[in-house]
Ligand binder design. Sequence first.
Ligand code: FCB
Length: 471
Amino acid sequence: MANDASVVSDTLSPAVSKGSLADLFTPPADSTLWRKNFLLGAATASYQIEGAVNEDGRLPSIWDTFSATPGKVLAGDTGAVACDHYHRWEADVEMLVSLGLEGYRLSIAWPRVMDAAGVPNRKGLDFYKRLLNRLKEKGVTTFATLYHWDLPQHLEDRGGWLNRETAYRFADYADLMSRELAGTVDAWATLNEPWCSAYLGYGNGHHAPGLADDRFATQAMHHLLLAHGLAVPVLRANDPASQKGIVANIGRGTPNSDSAADQRAAHLFEVQHNAWILDPLLKGSYPQDLFELWPGTEPLVLDGDMQTISAPLDFLGINYYFRTNVASDGAHGFRDVPLEGVERTQMGWEVYPDGLRDLLTGFKKTYHNLPPIYITENGMASDDQVTDGHVEDTQRISFLKRHLAAVDQAIKAGVDIRGYFLWSLMDNFEWAFGYERRFGVVHVDYSTQKRTIKRSAEWVAKFLKERKARA
Ligand code: FCB
């Protein structure tokens, strides 16, 4: 594997070196993306790549339980083996480095590093120490997410994110990790996409733990955000040199017509997807429109919680994928009205780069204290096949180029955006969609674990090499 990857930066495929695909990507000369201090990296998450779920004292997570439940994940796939990254991490780091990627966003599996009594698991901790040390030795900027959805099952057994106690256990976990890993992490993100944890996990049940009640979703969200707020000062105390932030997925909602009802529906869509998370973090309050959408779902908030949640951040991570066209549902809410004839990905998601630019410039107006931003995920799934040792993922090259151009436009409009992590370094376990949906810039053959660099990765490597040469 290391061999497959290490040749990449020196021996680009004929298609890329001749310029055809490279031209598709190369940003214009006046693009801010040429700036050397704009960080370009790739992201992954523990449960999606590590495998080794029973090794070295790792405890079960809610995703082990959920994926083992018939009917929850496409084709009955689980993360038991995934990309076997737990054993192949050295070659995977080599691969990342050979592509010239400057940043790596990974996540730590909570059930690997401490037990139900809070006792550290040395073997699990050592895995992350080795990995992060190696990344630092190689000069890679490291972003570590503490919670990318793999809640220890023993905590779910006591109510999971519906139980306020889980927020305090998260702060203990953040304490352990920042004491153990201080100096190897450049930026800590407390949570990945609390919207997905709260809404997909507790609101509609599409994700682990699979509960479905709007009241659960708002209460789970409150405890997730509280966990974040409790962890930030702990991270600051233990690892003052690093940056502290959180990662939110954001969604663009556009109205299906000019009618006031449809405009209102699009507004409510964005309240539900964006303001539900960003208002508490950046304004210290929940948007009241959320409770128009979901009447009677106000969470139980104790004195001081909103101050804890809205403590200043060093950065905000933004994950963006697509837009949703919506109309009024005739009552208090919205319904999706899929547009015909638009470009879509293997997920069925619409390719809509302007949504990223418009949301970012909109946040700058709405939130006067908007912290510096990193795009912590952006990418697309395609049904990629290896042919003669290559993967021609042309749509992905074009997708990345267009979204990076949207980032450039937002920067030029005054938004402070410091970097971009593509999702994902390699194909992996795509949650409820299992292994069918391929988001990587590196292809993974799950029967052999062979990694094959896709054209998109060659393209990113070429750009990074050129940028370095110009600096
Ligand atoms: C995001 C998740 C990430 C990945 C992408 C496609 O919501 O954070 O793990 O699954 O979607």
